[in-house]
Each structure stands twice: as structure tokens, then as C-alpha cells.
Design a protein around this ligand. Structure first.
Ligand SMILES: *Cc1c(COP(=O)(O)O)cnc(C)c1O
Length: 394
């Protein structure tokens, strides 16, 4: 390939149809801007797609996780278990509520919680487990639910990347007490910022609806549609303001009309990469696990030009970074799949953690690479990424 054929392929690109872009005008024209009819419509479509009994729209996945913990009465002195390799927000919400973060290492094959270590993390103070369905692959929810039941713990699924991810036919977010989704632009459905909580528990759903709206017993929409809209609601809780706007919900709701196509397109793109890279010994593509349907929020690989161990890891890390530089020079954006939270300054210092405390999270941090994958990616763009990866000498 000659240099004039260079393309620019981002790690992700927002893909909205003209109808989806136009959809935000309806709430602007109607004047109902916050947690109104469009929010209700988006929640209904979300429940229909995921099979969840209740969906509660909020301002982000981070606030969804925060609200889920708060609704369970999680607070000072309580411990929650999170995988050491995840986006920092999964741990931050525990800190925000005055709790203690207990990290658990991951399984390198799936990048998800290593359930064989889970029970060793439980103490009399443990209150919750926050499994993460990282990059769109479901965590081992069967084992996690068993451990949770045995010890009376609540399970809050971080399904930020979980759109279209299924565990033995069930959509993620419907397997624990609550599921938390993100609509950040890096995720498959986007509202700019935004999040959704799913639950099959009616009592919890009511509590979450109250807590997102300053603790009010009924929402503004219910009040306006009710018999005496001029009277204010009571507030049994000191709640939060985590309401989604109707402008965001209109955008999310419009995208839900092609939800199935979005998931299918991501899976088709991933399958093309899988096939193209199957013979590369130095690049391990995402795992295929019996009974799990991957949603491919991203395409996380493990870069392994030689056996990974504590002696080789820094050499491999440097080689990975050099490869990322090389791809960036030909216009292809890549990223480490995500970060190991125990290696980030706040957690490392507060909990006096060492790299080797969570060896697989450390490996994933230093040796993972995500390649561009987004719905709306053209065949030419993907061909270019495939060709450049195959031509890399590793
Ligand atoms: C994106 C992400 C979050 C945070 O989502 P926001 O909507 O940006 O708050 C949390 N956890 C994981 C695993 C994520 O990927």
C-alpha cells in the first residue's frame, strides 16, 4: 500500500442517522425537557429490548452505580468487591458513599472477575459485589450469584459496556439486583452522557425512581398527569438529582429502533477481525465462551509476542506501545483495553497496593490493545486496519 492510501480510522465514531439527529427537536419544541414523556418512552424500549421488568434512566452509568448502592443502604464501613481491571468509576462510587473497595483479580481469558478468587475476598463487612461485563462479554453470573446468595450480598452489575451482551440467552443487567448501563459516546447507544438502571425488583425500582429525583414520592410527570398537579410531593429520602433530560432520551429512544441492527453490525465486524487475525500467534483476539453472546462495545486483544510473565511484562509493554505508535502513524487509533484500577494513584496510595497484588489485571493493563470497532465502520476502513495489523512485524 502506498502512503497516499493512508486512512484515518478512529478507535470509535458516533454513528447517528438523520432521523436520530432530528429526534432531539421534539422535546425542544414541546417544552418538556426533563424526565418527561421521552424518558418514559426510552425506558419502555430499554425494558422491551433487555427483558428487564423496570428501567430507570439516569445521568450516567456512574450515577446508576452510585444510586444502586445507595438504594441498598450501602454506606460507611461497608465493603464492596470489584474487579481490579475495569473503568475507575466502578470503584469510585464505593468511595463516594464512604465504603471500602475490595479488589479481586480477573481471568485473563475473559478480562472479567476471576470467580475462583471471589469467596476469599468476603469478610463480615462485605455488602455488595459489582461484577463488570467488560467490553461486552458477560461475567460468570451463575457463580457470582451463588456466592452472593450464600453470603447474603447484593449484586450490582456494571453493564456499562453490556448493550447486546447475553448470558445464556438473558440480557446482562437482568441477572443481579440491578444492572447499570452507560450512554457515553464510547458505548453502542449514546445520549452524550446518560445511563440506565435495570431491575426485576418492583420495590427497588420505586426506591431508585425516588432517589434519582430528590427523594420525591412521585415524579413531576406523574404529578402533572394526576388529579392535583398544583400540590408538591413528599420526600421520604434525602435523594439526588440524577434525572435524564428528554433531549437525551429522545436521542436514545430513536437509536433503540435499530438496536438489533447495531448489535448485529458490531458482531459482524468482530467476526471479520477474528477470522483475519486467527493465525497471528502474537495477538489474542476476544474470547468466545459457550453460552455468552458478546456485544463488542470494543475489540480488546492481548498482545503477546512472547510468553507473558513478571520478567517479560515491561518488555512486552514497551513493544505494545511501540506498535500503538506505529499504528497511529498510519492513521489507526488504538487504546489499552482499559486500566487496572489498583495501579492508579488514588487506589494505589490509599490501599497501599502493589502491581503484583493483582497480577492478571497488571498484565491486562500493560499488554492489552483495543482495535477500532464501531457500527458505521466502513468495509474500506476495516480492510485498512486488517492490512496494517497483518503487515506489522511482531
Ligand atoms: C464507561 C464505563 C463506566 C462509566 O460510564 P459513564 O456513563 O461514563 O459514567 C463505568 N464502568 C465501565 C466498565 C465503563 O466502561
Amino acid at each position: 500500500m502506498s502512503t497516499q492510501d493512508k486512512m484515518n480510522v478512529p478507535i470509535a465514531r458516533t454513528s447517528l442517522t438523520e432521523a436520530e439527529i432530528q429526534s432531539v427537536l421534539a422535546p425542544l419544541r414541546s417544552g418538556w425537557l426533563v424526565q418527561g414523556p421521552k424518558v418514559r418512552e426510552f425506558e419502555e424500549k430499554w425494558s422491551a429490548f433487555t427483558g428487564a421488568k423496570h428501567s430507570i434512566a439516569v445521568t450516567s452509568c456512574t450515577t446508576a452505580l452510585h444510586l444502586s448502592l445507595a438504594a441498598q443502604g450501602f454506606g460507611s464501613g461497608d465493603e464492596a468487591i470489584v474487579p481490579a481491571f475495569t473503568w475507575i468509576a466502578t470503584a469510585n462510587v464505593i468511595e463516594h458513599l464512604g465504603g471500602t473497595v475490595v479488589f479481586c483479580d480477573i481471568d485473563l481469558e475473559t478480562f472479567n472477575l476471576d470467580v475462583t478468587q471471589l469467596e476469599t475476598k468476603i469478610t463480615p463487612r462485605t455488602k455488595a459485589i459489582l461484577p463488570v461485563h467488560l467490553f461486552g462479554l458477560a461475567a460468570d453470573m451463575g457463580s457470582i450469584s451463588q456466592v452472593a446468595q450464600r453470603h447474603g450480598l447484593c449484586v450490582i452489575e456494571d453493564a456499562a459496556c453490556g448493550f447486546g451482551s447475553r448470558y445464556h440467552g438473558k440480557h446482562v443487567g437482568t441477572l443481579g439486583d440491578t444492572g447499570c448501563f452507560s450512554f457515553h459516546p464510547r458505548k453502542a447507544i449514546t445520549t452524550g452522557e446518560g445511563g440506565m438502571i435495570t431491575t426485576n425488583n418492583a420495590v427497588l425500582a420505586e426506591k431508585l425512581r425516588r432517589l434519582r429525583d430528590h427523594g420525591a414520592v412521585i415524579s413531576d410527570l406523574q404529578r402533572h398527569l394526576g388529579a392535583r398537579p398544583y400540590l408538591l410531593a413528599d420526600h421520604p429520602d434525602a435523594g439526588y438529582n440524577q434525572r435524564m433530560t428528554d433531549i437525551q432520551a429522545a436521542l436514545g429512544s430513536a437509536q433503540m429502533d435499530r438496536a438489533t441492527d447495531i448489535v448485529a453490525e458490531r458482531q459482524r465486524l468482530a467476526a471479520r477481525y477474528d477470522e483475519a487475525f486467527a493465525s497471528l500467534p502474537w495477538l489474542r483476539t476476544p474470547a468466545h465462551i459457550e453460552g455468552l453472546e458478546h456485544g463488542y462495545q470494543s475489540y480488546p486483544c492481548l498482545f503477546q509476542p512472547e510468553a507473558i510473565n513478571p520478567e517479560s511484562i515491561s518488555r512486552i509493554n514497551q513493544a505494545r506501545n511501540a506498535w500503538m505508535d506505529q499504528l497511529q502513524q498510519v492513521g489507526i487509533s488504538t487504546r489499552p483495553a482499559t486500566h487496572a484500577v489498583h495501579m492508579l494513584t488514588f487506589y494505589r496510595e490509599k490501599y497501599a497496593l502493589k502491581l503484583e497484588d493483582f497480577p492478571n489485571a497488571w498484565v491486562a493493563n500493560d499488554c492489552s490493545i483495543s482495535l477500532p470497532l464501531f457500527h458505521g465502520m466502513s468495509e474500506a476502513e476495516q480492510n485498512y486496519v486488517i492490512q496494517q495489523v497483518l503487515e506489522s512485524q511482531r
